[in-house]
Structures are given as structure tokens and as C-alpha cells.
Write a protein that binds this ligand. Structure first.
Ligand code: PHE
Length: 460
């Protein structure tokens, strides 16, 4: 039995871990990114592949990551080094932790800019800007915001400051309190938004768009996007869940807590899609509009529903909180590492990372205006940051975590740490972790790069 202590304290209960991990998981990824990725990939088939990725890869890797975190009880870099010593793996396994720290910093750099859009929309909703608006007004409004680097930097700065503040205060006071009431509130508002969508007359069309798969649209890229989105939305593959697992009490069931978080995260994403697509279709908006989709859609709903100003304001405020609790997960690995290895206080470590992320974020700000003409590989600078992190770094981290938990760690260590016996459920976890997740990840990578086709033709 591992009975290590974490330097940073421990969650007061299993529920606190579930709330914090749900806080990290539920965020812009569910409400902003899931709908626009679904729209960009043609709807139903993407959603189906996404759900398959969540179940077959996301859930087992989530359990594996939380397990490694609790067993190591250190920041992801140190945890991977320690565990791989114990399990006689190579020291290079700590690279998983380093990759995660890098991914977290890169993701937060653009995440913060998008969270900034939410601030701006909150204020405009309060001011009644969207009351009675039509789709042209709302689309122009979004373009005007994108064209203003000054505004984008302002909100980006405020969001980073908020993140640094709460992470600086530490595990107990900072993280636990924020999520307890706000996530359920967001969930309720989403349900109300779905109810509004039901009144639009386009609800069935929306459902069909989201759930009727058209596999002729599916390419290797679609599958890679779906898998990347699963990792992004679950906060997997970059050490956030490992860092949170490090604070998980010894007697909490990893399987049950993981399942709860994965279920909550997936429900929020699906609800967001179900709420948004009827409004997209009703207003003749383009589902493939990209990152602006949700910000061009929700204001139309708030502008036309009864009590829309109050409802919309509340919704955007809760979305800010959801993004805030996710941003904490993004820098926690880096901050924990600085505190453990470089003797910095938490506030200093958080501020240092905050500065780095703020500067990097300027790239994303500019990629929507001054530098929008700079495109390469995946598209704009923002598109490339998103692709590099969601579609490459996180799944690669997940692949290594699965291989470590399934092949490097001896079976008895995993049985000991997961505390679920060696029954059916453990058997499924082990099978998915050893075979299904790693194989699927490798095939999806090869397929998306066209390597699989190449291999096939050389064999033929
Ligand atoms: N899962 C978060 C979201 O969906 C983003 C995130 C990724 C947070 C990785 C932490 C770590 O918004």
C-alpha cells in the first residue's frame, strides 16, 4: 500500500476531488470547443466517434492518470520519475511530466484569450446589446471584438490574474470552494437553454444534426479531431488529473470518481451541443463557422428569450467560472513542480508561470487580427497551438500514460492502487489500458498523418 503524503495537502474528501476534477474538465472545451468542432466536422459522425474515444480511451486513461498521481503523490514530473524507479522503468518517463507542463502552459495561453471573450460577452449582455439582435448584428459584433487587440489583451490579462490569484492561494482554499456550487448551477442553466431550444421549432433538426452520423464525411482528420477533443475536454494526458490525483485521499475509489467526472463532462458537452445547434440552424448560421460559433449563437438565444438579459448574463458568468476552474488544472502541474523542486512559494510560482503564459497569449490575440494572415500547417497561429496541444501533445501523453500503467507498472501495483479487486471491472480496465487505448492511439496518429495509407500501399 502506498501511504505517501503530498506536500500540498490533500482534498478534504473524495467529493472534493470529484468537484475539482470536474471543475478542470468542464470548461470552454465543453461549451465553446465541442460545438464548433462538431460543426466543423459535419455533425453526427464526429459526435459518435467522440463518444467512442471517451469510453474506450478517455475513461481508462483517466483512471490510469489519477492512479499514477495518487501513487506518486508528487507533481507529474517527479511522480513519473519516482514511479518509474519503483517499477524499474527508465528515467526518461519523467518526460511525460515535462510534456504535460509544456502542454498546460501552451493551452492556457490561448484558453485565457477565449475566456476573455466570455468577459466581453458578459458585459455586452448586461448592457442589452443583444436584445432583439439578428444574426448579422451578432456576427459583426464578434468580428469587431476580434479586430480589437487592445480589448482582447485586457480581458486576457484579467483572466490570467484571476488564475494566478487562486492557484497562488493553494489547494484547500483556492480550488475547492470555487467549484462546489457553480458547476451544478451551470448545468441547470444549460438545461434551461435546452428547454429554450425546444421552443424554436428546430429542435429535431438540431438533434438530427448531432446524432445522425454521416460516415461519408469521416476522414483520418475527423477521428484525430474527435480523439483530441476527448483528451482536451477531459483534461487528460497533460498531468492535470495526475496532479489532482496526488491530493486524492487513500480510501477514495479511483474507478468511481473517474467515472463520475467523465460522465459529468460528457453530459455537459452533449447538452451544450443540443442547446446550440437548433439555434444555429434556426438562424441559418454556418455550423462550420469555427471558434466563433458559440459566441455568434448564444447571444441570438439570449436576445430573443424572455428574461434573456438576466439569463444570458448569468450563463456567461458561470462560463467564466468554468473556464477559471479549468485554468487552475492547466498550471497546477507547473506550479507544483516549481514549489517542490525550486523552493518557491505558491504565490510566486503561480505568478512566474502566469507571466510566461500571458506573453505567449499575445500570439493568440494577434492571430485573430494583426497576424491573421500568418497561416501554416493547421491554419492560423491559434489553430496551430490548438492542434499541437489537443491533437498531438495530449494524446501522446495519454498514450505514454496508458503504456506505463498497462505495461511498465507491475500488475500488483495497479491492483493495489486501484483498490477494485481483480474482478471483471479491473479486467476491462486493464484490457483497455494495455491494448485498446495504445493501439487506437497509434492507429489514429498513423492514419491522420497518412502513414497508414503509405504502409498499406508498400505492403500491397
Ligand atoms: N478540460 C478543459 C475544458 O474542457 C480544458 C483543460 C485541458 C483543462 C487540460 C485542464 C487541462 O475546458
Amino acid at each position: 500500500m502506498s501511504r505517501r503524503q503530498s506536500l500540498h495537502g490533500q482534498w478534504s474528501s473524495r467529493l472534493a476531488f470529484v468537484l475539482a476534477a470536474t471543475g478542470a474538465a468542464v470548461g470552454l472545451g465543453n461549451i465553446w470547443k465541442f460545438p464548433y468542432m462538431t460543426g466543423a466536422n459535419g455533425g453526427g459522425a464526429f459526435v459518435l466517434i467522440y463518444l467512442a474515444c471517451v469510453l474506450a480511451i478517455g475513461l481508462p486513461v483517466f483512471m490510469a492518470e489519477a492512479m499514477l498521481g495518487r501513487r506518486g503523490r508528487r507533481n507529474p514530473i517527479n511522480a513519473m520519475r519516482l514511479l518509474s524507479e519503483e517499477e524499474s522503468g527508465g528515467t526518461w518517463w519523467q518526460l511525460v511530466g515535462w510534456m504535460g507542463v509544456l502542454a498546460g502552459i501552451l493551452i492556457l495561453s490561448y484558453y485565457s484569450v477565449i475566456a476573455g471573450w466570455t468577459f466581453s460577452y458578459t458585459i455586452d449582455t448586461v448592457r442589452g446589446v443583444f436584445v432583439g439582435a439578428d444574426s448579422a448584428t451578432v456576427t459583426d459584433h464578434f468580428s469587431a471584438l476580434m479586430a480589437s487587440p487592445g480589448q482582447l489583451v485586457l480581458w486576457h490579462t484579467i483572466f490570467i490574474a484571476l488564475t494566478v490569484y487562486v492557484v497562488g492561494r493553494g489547494v484547500e482554499q483556492g480550488l475547492e470552494k470555487a467549484v462546489k456550487y457553480l458547476m451544478p448551477a451551470l448545468f441547470v442553466l444549460l438545461l434551461a437553454l435546452v428547454a429554450y431550444s425546444m421552443t424554436t421549432g428546430y429542435f429535431m433538426e438540431g438533434l438530427r444534426y448531432m446524432f445522425k452520423p454521416d460516415f461519408s464525411q469521416v476522414t483520418g482528420q475527423t477521428v484525430l479531431d474527435a480523439m483530441g477533443q476527448a483528451f482536451f475536454s477531459l483534461s487528460l494526458g497533460m498531468g492535470a488529473i495526475m496532479a489532482y490525483g496526488a491530493y486524492l485521499p487513500d480510501d477514495a475509489s479511483i474507478a468511481e470518481t473517474s467515472f463520475t467526472v467523465v460522465l459529468a463532462d460528457t453530459s455537459v458537452a452533449l447538452l451544450a451541443g443540443v442547446a446550440i445547434f437548433p439555434i444555429v440552424l434556426l438562424n441559418g448560421l454556418n455550423p462550420g463557422a469555427g471558434p466563433g460559433l458559440v459566441f455568434q449563437t448564444l447571444p441570438l438565444a439570449f436576445g430573443h428569450m424572455p428574461g434573456g438579459v438576466v439569463f444570458g448574463t448569468l450563463f456567461f458568468i458561470l462560463l467564466i467560472f468554468a473556464a477559471w476552474s479549468s485554468s487552475i488544472g492547466l498550471i497546477e502541474p507547473a506550479v507544483a513542480r516549481l514549489v517542490e523542486n525550486h523552493n518557491l512559494t505558491r504565490p510566486r510560482a503561480a505568478a512566474l508561470i502566469g507571466v510566461v503564459v500571458w506573453v505567449l497569449g499575445l500570439l493568440t490575440v494577434l492571430s485573430f487580427n494583426e497576424l491573421s494572415h500568418v497561416t501554416f500547417l493547421a491554419g492560423s497561429i491559434f489553430d496551430n497551438l490548438d492542434f499541437l496541444t489537443s491533437n498531438i501533445l495530449l494524446p501522446l501523453g495519454g498514450l505514454l500514460i496508458a503504456v506505463f500503467a498497462g505495461w511498465v507498472m507491475c500488475k500488483s501495483s495497479t491492483v493495489d492502487e486501484l483498490e477494485m479487486g481483480i474482478g471483471f471491472r479491473y479486467g476491462i480496465w486493464r484490457f483497455l489500458t494495455r491494448f485498446v487505448a495504445p493501439l487506437a492511439l497509434v492507429v489514429i496518429f498513423l492514419n491522420a498523418t497518412g502513414m497508414l495509407g503509405l504502409l498499406r500501399s508498400t505492403n500491397a
